[in-house]
Design a protein around this ligand. Sequence first.
Ligand code: ZN
Length: 541
Amino acid sequence: MTKQARARLSSKRPSAIVFLAVALTFACWAPRAEYDIVFLGGSVFDGSGAAAVLADVGVRDGLIAAVGDLGEASALESIDATGLTIAPGFIDAHSHAELDEDYGRDARAFLAQGITTVALGLDGDGRWDVARQLDAWASDGIGVNGLLFVGHNAIRREVMNMDDRAPTSEELARMKAMVRSAMEEGAFGLSTGLFYTPGNYATTEEVIELAKVAAEWERAIYDTHDRDLGATYQGIGYDASIAEGIRIGEESGLRVTFSHFNPQGATNYGRAEVGARMIEDARARGVEVWAAQHPYTATQSNLRAYALPRWATAGGQDAIMRRFAHPDTLAILRVQMLESLAMRGGPEKIMIVDEDPRLNGRTVAALAAEWGMTVPDALQTVFTDSGNATVMNLDLYDIENTRYLAGMPWMMTCTDGRTPAEGQVTVHPRVYGAFARKMRLFALDENVISVPFAIRSFTGLAADFFGLSDRGYIRPGMRADLAILDLDTYRDMATMEAPHQYAEGAVHVLVNGAFAIRDRAFLGTMAGEPIRASWEYSGDR
Ligand SMILES: [Zn+2]
């Protein structure tokens, strides 16, 4: 180093220190911007069902900090929301978002609709190791907020396998203990799938016994996939099934929600009022009953549940195979499988959406034709080779029923959608479009419900039901879960023929104050949080 250079350096040192000191002083003294983000001039729907107000929304530290005129406020970022709708992030009241899987963790199909919170563990499938699942979400990251139910079917399968019988008192005690530990770990309540095995082997009384355990937590929830939605072979019928769900709530003390509430099958077209009236009557006598809907006429389930009579599924795959191998039993099965499908509109209405590429995208009728078989032979082949298959039932719901139910004040909204796995070419479009489709069809195009009413069914109504005291509304202090939409272009794009298309029109979506979608582009942000139920324990443990 030359003498001059050394001199230069030493002469610079003090100035560098002075600069640093000035910078630190400035950093300490400069007032922090009032907001991290301000959205200016949007139409704000607060989630209560009230009409929109023109306002700015300020976000700070992951919370909604202010709603009003923030034009003069300081903000790290100001974003023009002129012409855009600002709504609370949507709550998917009955979801199958695959947040535990790498392919589903970012929840894109849901975010693109404006959904920021999903309720999972439904149809009786929820695991009882709730804390472990919630902890995994926290450590692995999730794109939306998630909450969990503990599932009766999962518990029953663990304790009693696929047995078609009542539990022993020891088995019932074990199941109760599993419900209790799941509730202690933050489950929102008990879910059942009384339509599915092994849930359909349970009596109403068995479910009430388990529901009473969950009901030791104040305001906890019973979420039911009904035993018979109307197209169940040798079932109890739609009306009796709704009555059963209400009775379980009434006798256990749990609040009730009916998953994807809608009567199924051609014999129930035009009968939505019957179920709705049963819910209204229950509410009038103080039973808290709610429901959720999606706007599609197709359902999704599995082929065993749709094609096999209840008696034939007991005991699981090996037992089913023994029945197919017995000539007399097979003869009965061949008849009853066709009768089961007939209640659902026939084999041409059962569309296979399983990830198995040999089956995907074909109706049962088309598959039988492709294989040169009768329908019963084709079914037997699928049950033998694959055990089961994921299927849709086309045109099972009456859109008139769905329209009517959309207007009920207790009707929340759900996708009931499962994130597609790789290879699932044909899938139910509801996972990509349920919320956008309900808004587009029932509110914007047909005016069956108003836009604020639709948004309430997506947000505040569900937040109230799930007891999410800091979500579902645009108010200061709430979590900044925001769906900022261009309502002119907000629509579902997924169709039966081309399902893998995200909904359009969500301009910005924020989860806990972080952009998940910005300027209509996914950022892959994992800003979702596991949500534990905060029900108060009121039992006598
Ligand atoms: Zn479901």
